[in-house]
Ligand binder design. Structure first.
Ligand code: C2E
Ligand code: MG
Ligand code: MG
Length: 554
């Protein structure tokens, strides 16, 4: 074989595409690999790069490299990495260039897959937070700090997702998320971006050229899309969401700030009861700041013993005799003064501090019972309130058991009040914990009975000891009860299950009398006593706290 024949074999057999170009850009010769990528279309190689090619040929640049998309003969897309080098005539005049082309379709495809993986959520296949924020960043850069009333971030947060997960299991939780994702995808406009930005949170980047009505319309469509029930196996579940909106104004420069404000609005919508929309404003930001401050204070306050219990007696409606008490938490805030639980318990729950509070309450309660026992020799009874997140923590059970042992308190002395709007379902974590606590001897009472949604279910399922009729049924206009028929119905129900009933919030004699005639035997309320300090309680009911022997002598 001649030298020339060798070269021709190398040229044609090379894995790289090779093309020899004349100085006007036309392809003089090419090998098989090149033709496999570009076919016979000789203009395709320099498309959009003519000027640079001219510079290379004329010696104004030394190298020309780029990557480009090509269409293979059969119309199949591929990617090529092209590198050009100048070729001279023997006398030094520019001749043209030689181009080496590598097929990088495989590399590009893996890059695309990796990028997709990084920017999409595997469960729903939707874009993820990273993608969402980069789209938001793009939009902010485009707006260049000008007023953009028609750009907004809607954050859609599924209400009670943790409960759904706990009650129906993780598979069902994932099913709910993917269904919600699909529904959201179907209500947004083609211009909008919808992404899964958290476990139970979606983001919608609403863009519109008309006006802010687009945003409101989107929020409305979100609610109506979620209104349809979901079928979870044999069950039908209604899912709602809290939607926080941050309208992007010229004051925003960073995507993070828009996201933070949308999150604040979402939290506001959620803490206002969920299933609603809240639009971020500066007042909300101030409140969010205060909440952060308050939760920091709470952490410090728990260490500095700023929390204490008051005790409201639970008495017989017939004779007003003391039967036990409910421990009600108070916070002596160093600056704000005395705070009732409504001002910090919900916050503690949201901030994940509720178990810490629960531990403090259990300790204070047991210490008090032990101190009364030391003084009177009596094992008195006390109700303590348990927050929903505590029922998900095994640690709550351990610390309750440990502290009762430490103070030598018998479990039946303690009644755990669980509010009725907690969803308890057979087999879920909270239910198992309640059942275990029951087996250990603690008594269980359903608080705020009548305000939740699973009343009969509870009574059937659990060995409940007592229930408390919510104050909203007890407290009616002009010192009467809100609804005597409801009270009678609740009493019949409780009788059927053999439960002890305590009426909450009795403020007048008339209410007491109506409740008594309806068959209710126990009550609690300002008519008898407000929540009291231990000393006040002992002073008010000396006989209940006296040693039995002393009792006998008096
Ligand atoms: P709850 O368990 O239903 O407690 C009854 C609430 O009604 C108490 O409010 C009590 O002071 C109030 N109350 C009692 N009698 C009357 C009355 O005649 N009229 C009126 N208007 N109110 C009456 P408080 O102490 O502000 O507690 C509010 C809620 O905070 C409690 O409702 C309970 O759910 C929660 N809570 C209280 N202490 C604790 C605690 O230690 N841990 C947890 N997780 N929650 C607690
Ligand atoms: Mg209570
Ligand atoms: Mg209550």
């Amino acid at each position: 074989m001649t030298k020339f024949a060798h070269l021709a074999t190398v040229f044609d057999g090379a894995a790289f595409g090779i093309a020899l170009l004349w100085h006007d850009g036309s392809v003089l010769d090419s090998n098989a690999a090149y033709r496999a990528m570009y076919g016979d279309n000789s203009d395709a190689l320099l498309r959009d790069h003519e000027a640079e090619f001219e510079e290379l040929v004329n010696g104004k640049r030394e190298l020309l490299e780029f990557e480009q998309r090509t269409t293979k003969g059969a119309g199949e897309e591929s990617w090529a990495a092209c590198a050009f080098s100048r070729v001279h005539e023997e006398d030094g005049k520019p001749y043209g260039a030689i181009c080496m082309i590598r097929d990088i379709t495989g590399v590009r495809e893996s890059e695309r897959r990796i990028l997709h993986h990084m920017t999409h959520d595997p469960l729903t296949g939707m874009p993820n937070r990273l993608h969402f924020e980069s789209k938001l960043r793009e939009q902010l850069a485009k707006s260049g700090g000008t007023q953009l009333t028609a750009l907004a971030v809607l954050m859609v947060d599924i209400d009670h997702f943790r409960e759904i997960n706990e009650a129906f299991g993780h598979d069902s939780g994932e099913f709910v998320v993917s269904q919600v994702g699909q529904r959201l995808g179907s209500v947004v406009s083609a211009d909008d971006v919808v992404a899964r930005i958290g476990t139970d949170q979606f983001g919608i980047l609403a863009r519109s050229h008309d006006d802010a009505q687009h945003v409101e319309g989107t929020a409305r469509r979100v609610f109506s899309a979620l209104a349809k029930p979901l079928e979870l196996g044999t069950r039908t579940v209604y899912v709602s969401a809290s939607v926080g909106i941050a309208a992007v104004s010229a004051s925003y420069q960073r995507a993070e700030d828009v996201m933070r404000d949308a999150q604040i609005a979402t939290r506001y919508a959620k803490s206002s009861g969920g299933s609603r929309t809240a639009i971020f404003d500066s007042e909300m930001a101030k409140r969010a700041e205060q909440r952060v401050q308050l939760s920091n204070d709470m952490r410090a306050g728990l260490e500095r013993d700023e929390f204490y219990l008051l005790y409201q007696p639970i008495v017989t409606l017939d004779g007003g005799e003391f039967t036990g008490c409910e421990a009600l938490l108070r916070w002596n805030h160093p600056v704000m003064g005395l705070l009732p639980p409504a001002e910090f318990i919900p916050l503690a729950e949201q901030m994940g501090m509720s178990t810490q509070i629960g531990r403090v309450v259990a300790r204070l309660a047991c210490r008090q019972l032990a101190s009364w026992r030391d003084e009177s020799g009596l094992d008195l009874r006390m109700n303590i309130n348990v927050a929903w997140p505590d029922l998900l923590e095994a640690e709550f059970e351990q610390s309750l058991v440990a502290v009762t042992r430490e103070y030598n308190i018998k479990p039946p002395q303690i009644t755990l009040e669980i509010t009725e709007n907690i969803v308890l379902n057979p087999g879920d974590r909270a239910t198992l914990l309640v059942e275990r606590l029951r087996q250990l001897g603690f008594r269980i009472c359903i608080d705020d009975f009548g305000t939740g949604y699973s009343s009969l279910h509870y009574l059937q399922r659990f060995k409940i000891d007592a229930l408390k009729i919510d104050r909203s049924f007890v407290c009616g206009p002009e010192g009467g009860v809100a609804s005597e028929p409801i009270i009678r119905a609740l009493m019949t129900l409780a009788d059927g299950f053999g439960l002890r009933v305590v009426a909450e919030g009795i403020e007048t004699k008339r209410q007491r009398d109506i409740l008594r005639s309806a068959g209710c035997r126990y009550g609690q309320g300002f008519f008898f006593a407000k929540p009291l300090s231990p000393e006040e309680l002992v002073n008010k009911y000396p006989a209940a706290f006296a040693r039995p022997a002393q009792n006998a002598r008096t």
